[in-house]
Design a protein around this ligand. Structure first.
Ligand SMILES: CC(C)=CCC/C(C)=C/CC/C(C)=C/CC/C(C)=C/COC[C@H](O)COP(=O)(O)O
Ligand SMILES: CC(C)=CCC/C(C)=C/CC/C(C)=C/CC/C(C)=C/COP(=O)(O)OP(=O)(O)O
Ligand SMILES: [Mg+2]
Length: 277
């Protein structure tokens, strides 16, 4: 067993970003700075929900990852499959214990989100579009989780709409990217059911919807710090137009959406901290 594989299987880059989005949700909802211990708990509950979800995802995706992602920890033999299962359950337990120290609504919210990450990996992923919606919902509610953790919703609702829409677009683009391996395994993803061209049209529609939704916070006077959103919208528009024209560009487009998401999170944070400027 490789010890570093226990970090790798978490996909920490995703989980750190998700945890930051949880804190962002709390900041834009609270319109101020909540207590640091509360922000730390929100970050960790989201982090462990994401890391446990990634770990259990690789546990259930063992067969398909042997084709699509053979270098991942389980297919390459760095972590035995049964050890990955126990490791995921331990991460779930840590996150739930930490959630207990937040308000009861946040504890129950975490239970539901954790259950959905497990259900996605276990049963929902092979279902056409349902799997995409499940991941996008989990990703979308992350800022809402931070807001629930501090007891208000505020601007976090706009963050959630954008997060949901951009992740539906990205998940469909990832399915187009994985269509060969998924077809061999009999998965029923949107590009397999409808064809790559139609799936590309749907993905780009969600991309365009994200750009429109990204203007919502401007309505409520988010600050000048929001200016980097112009770069985000340009990246999303280009990725969406590319996939609309040629679904074979889905791999590059999904990576571009991931980068756009990272810049958008920073833009929302700066915008919230400069609200009214
Ligand atoms: C206008 C715009 C783009 C706003 C962004 C809104 C926003 C706050 C997005 C953040 C969403 C979020 C919580 C991202 C965290 C990263 C994450 C867990 C994404 C979901 O990943 C699932 C994906 O299938 C994992 O695949 P991969 O990234 O290839 O490992
Ligand atoms: C709101 C709370 C408390 C937690 C949310 C936790 C978060 C941010 C979840 C985000 C979505 C997520 C990371 C789900 C885990 C499952 C996952 C990795 C989905 C994508 O996996 P696949 O569709 O198999 O694609 P790859 O494995 O090829 O990346
Ligand atoms: Mg997977």
């Amino acid at each position: 067993m490789e010890s570093k594989a226990f970090i790798e299987i978490m996909r920490p880059h995703n989980c750190i970003l998700a945890g930051i989005v949880g804190i962002l949700g709390a900041l834009v909802a609270y319109e101020g700075i909540p207590r640091i211990n509360k922000l730390a708990l929100i970050f960790l509950v989201v982090y462990f929900g994401c890391s446990a979800g990634n770990t259990i995802n690789d546990y259930f995706d063992y067969e398909i990852d042997r084709i699509n992602r053979p270098k991942r920890p389980i297919p390459r033999g760095a972590i035995p499959r049964n050890v990955a299962l126990y490791y995921a359950l331990i991460q779930y337990l840590i996150g739930i214990i930490l959630a207990y120290f937040l308000r009861v609504e946040a504890f129950l919210f975490a239970l539901g989100a954790y259950a959905l990450t497990f259900l996605y990996a276990w049963k929902l992923k092979p279902l056409p579009f349902v799997g995409n919606l499940a991941v996008a919902t989990l990703t979308g509610v992350t800022p809402i989780y931070g807001a629930v953790g501090v007891g208000r919703i505020g601007l976090a609702g706009y963050l959630a709409i954008c997060a949901f829409l951009v992740n539906v677009a990205r998940e469909i683009m990832k399915d187009i990217e994985d269509v060969e391996g998924d077809r061999k395994m009999g998965a029923k993803t949107l590009p397999i059911i409808l064809g790559e061209k139609k799936a590309g049209i749907i993905a780009s529609a969600f991309g365009f919807a994200t750009v429109i939704a990204s203007f919502l916070p401007v309505k409520v006077g988010i600050g000048l710090g929001y200016a980097p959103m112009v770069i985000v919208d340009a990246m999303i528009l280009k990725a969406s137009i590319d996939v609309l024209r040629d679904p074979r560009k889905a791999s590059k487009a999904q990576k571009s959406l991931k980068m756009a998401t990272f810049i958008a999170v920073i833009s929302f944070l700066l915008g919230a901290l400069t609200k009214g400027v």
